[in-house]
Design a protein around this ligand. Structure first.
Ligand SMILES: [Zn+2]
Length: 262
């Protein structure tokens, strides 16, 4: 606690005193450009990893960066989301998972949690779709790889949940909302962003260029750890449209589009 109190003093003397104009401006209101949804994990710092300043990110944090579907929970997530979009006019949402996520590991031992941490158990049930989808579609995955897949797929499933909110549906329909899926890697400090065209997590810089990167060639139809970026997540068979072959899901995936109503 002493460290924190010392930090408060240092913040006031070193930071606030050098940024008077910013604090003056922020005192009159906030105009954040991005809603950043991430895990409560102490190793994730939205402003630090995006090198953004005070007032730039509106943040929702909880265990597992989970957004319960509309009507499923009476928590703060829905209200905060609604405020961010309706009142603040935010047009860009990022859901950012991270490597070694304790909440995703918890999904793998839900029954044990029920007795010792009943509130965590109740909360993680909002990510049951993630657990079920990964367990059913990646039966060969184990250990660290399984957690990695849970993290990557959970971000996409939470985006599905986001789309159940009326204000999100409405803004997507108007073309006034873009949603991005990110995964932060604690060991390297690297963030990879989900690319809907290639169904892969890529360095986000590559998504800013005009030419989209080509799909990586891999023998595995779904998820691979073999490429330099440690996460490469492709749409599993479960996301194929009815009637399509599930034998080669990588060749006939359902386009997963952000910013466009599905
Ligand atoms: Zn986490």
């Amino acid at each position: 606690m002493e460290d924190l109190v010392r930090g408060l003093e240092e913040f006031k003397q070193r930071y606030v005193s050098k940024h008077h104009a910013l604090f003056e401006e922020l005192a009159h209101g906030q105009k954040p450009r991005v809603l950043f949804i991430t895990c409560a994990d102490s190793r994730v710092s939205p402003n630090l990893l995006t090198q953004t300043d005070l007032g730039e990110l509106f943040v929702i944090r909880n265990a597992g960066n989970i957004i319960p579907p509309f009507g499923a929970a009476n928590g703060g997530e829905g209200a905060t989301l609604e405020y961010a979009i309706s009142a603040l006019g935010i047009e860009q949402v990022i859901i950012c998972g991270h490597s070694h996520c304790g909440a995703m590991k918890g999904l793998l031992k839900l029954n044990k949690l029920q007795e010792g941490m009943p509130l965590v158990y109740d909360w993680l049930k909002h990510a049951e779709s993630t657990r079920r989808m990964v367990v059913d579609n990646y039966p060969e995955a184990k250990g660290e790889e399984l957690v990695e897949i849970l993290v990557a797929e959970n971000v996409l499933i939470q985006i599905d949940n986001l789309k159940t909110y009326p204000v999100v549906r409405s803004r997507l329909q108007q073309g006034k909302l873009q949603i991005y899926a990110w995964v932060y890697h604690i060991e390297t400090g690297e963030v990879l962003a989900y690319d809907a065209e290639t169904h892969t997590y890529l360095p986000p810089q590559s998504l800013l260029s005009d030419s989209l990167p080509t799909r990586p060639q891999t023998e595995h139809p779904r998820y691979s750890r073999t490429h330099a970026p440690p996460v490469a997540c492709e749409i599993p068979a479960g996301r194929l449209q009815q009637g399509e072959s599930s034998a080669h899901p990588a060749q006939q995936p359902v386009p997963y589009r952000f910013g466009v109503p599905s």
